[in-house]
Ligand binder design. Structure first.
Ligand code: KG4
Ligand code: ZN
Length: 333
């Protein structure tokens, strides 16, 4: 039982893709420990995530990371109130590792098990900063699998008002990086190449930005880069900068439109692509509402964001049970 003034500790576990994340978060706000084992160097040789390798890597390190997270936090299992884990979407084999590990701990420790949607985890990442957002807000979630504008009126209620019809924006960074012979993952390597490049060298298309719709399309941009590369003499840095400019331009335009249409008073930016410097700077400079974004360390997948979302679910009594199983295509709303 939790007495009125005792602190709530959530152990958060994230294994939906190629990062094993385990963290202890206090009262949904304070990170006591956060361990992330990235598999990027392992998958880089293949140019993308190999699902079978990903799940095996999670199995290898999850137990050790959990010991370390508990030790660094100085929190005994008896003082953990609930174990939260990403239940979907993601790679089935990877999700199974985290969910089964979390359920086993919850069973052994006689604690609650809290399943968390991966995007909900990302949306809660700015709550781990000194300036947490207040509900209601608009969220722009941009990752390797999602590009979504989500109206968030109150905790755990989500209305998706815009989403990609094909590729996610992070996916387009990854695919264009391959076309440019830049390393995986594409986001950071394109950003780095673009630093020295001219963003106006090539005018790439900004799909679906003329009407009032809030959906996105990124597959045409990738194809436009492919065709350009067949004829251009522009250096890689200029192609990278021009691609990044177009990709970010669409995100800024659609977010501005969504703010106008919803009247939302603040924006939450989250997901792996939230690490993009140009996107962060432009949203901060060009929107007329406060923008809450996670620090760089919480943009990539991590256990702390799952613990933060798990804390909110725990206090709202939105618990799971030990029969819960992962869903690789779990919808948010
Ligand atoms: O959220 P995340 O770690 O995993 C998913 O849930 O998908 O996001 C990974 C994505 C990758 O596509 C990666 O290329 C992209 O985030 N990314 C970036 C940057 N850092 C990571 N995209 C653009 N600029 C970056 N600096
Ligand atoms: Zn993610």
């Amino acid at each position: 039982m939790t007495s009125a003034n005792s602190k709530i500790h959530i152990l958060g576990i994230e294994t939906s893709c190629d990062e094993t994340g385990v963290a202890v978060v206090e009262d949904g706000r304070r990170i006591l420990s956060s361990e992330v084992a990235s598999q990027v160097p392992i998958h880089a040789a293949f140019g993308g995530v190999v699902p079978e390798i990903a799940s095996r890597q999670h199995i290898k390190c999850i137990s050790q990371l959990t010991h370390k997270a508990l030790g660094d936090a100085g929190v005994e299992p008896a003082r953990i109130n609930a174990v939260a884990a990403t239940i979907g979407p993601g790679l089935m084999g990877s999700l199974l590792v985290g969910v089964n590990f979390a359920k086993a701990l919850a069973y052994a420790w006689k604690k609650s098990f809290v399943p968390v949607h991966h995007l909900e985890g990302h949306i809660f990442s700015p709550f781990l900063t000194d300036d947490p957002p207040q509900f209601p807000f608009l969220a722009l979630v941009v990752s390797g699998g999602h590009t979504s504008l989500i109206d968030c009126p109150r905790p755990h209620e989500y209305h998706i008002i815009g989403a990609t019809r094909d590729d996610a924006v992070g996916e387009s960074f990854d695919k264009v990086a391959r076309l440019l012979d830049l390393s995986y993952p594409g986001g950071p390597s394109i950003q780095k190449a673009a630093e020295q490049g001219n963003p106006e060298a090539i005018r790439f298309p900004r799909a679906m930005t003329t009407g009032a719709g809030l959906d996105f399309s990124y597959s045409g941009l990738k194809t436009a880069v492919l065709y350009e590369l067949r004829k251009t003499t522009a250096p890689t840095k200029d192609v990278a900068a021009s691609f990044q400019e177009a990709a970010v331009d669409v995100l800024v335009t659609k977010t501005r439109l969504a703010l106008e249409q919803t009247g939302a008073a603040r924006l939450v930016l989250a997901g792996g692509v939230a690490a993009n410097r140009l996107l962060r700077d432009r949203l901060n400079a060009e929107l007329h509402v406060p923008v809450h974004m996670p620090p760089m360390s919480l943009c990539v997948d991590n256990g702390a964001m799952i613990a933060a979302a798990g804390h909110s679910r725990f206090v709202h009594n939105l618990l799971g049970d030990l029969r819960a199983t992962p869903n690789p295509n779990l919808p948010l709303a």
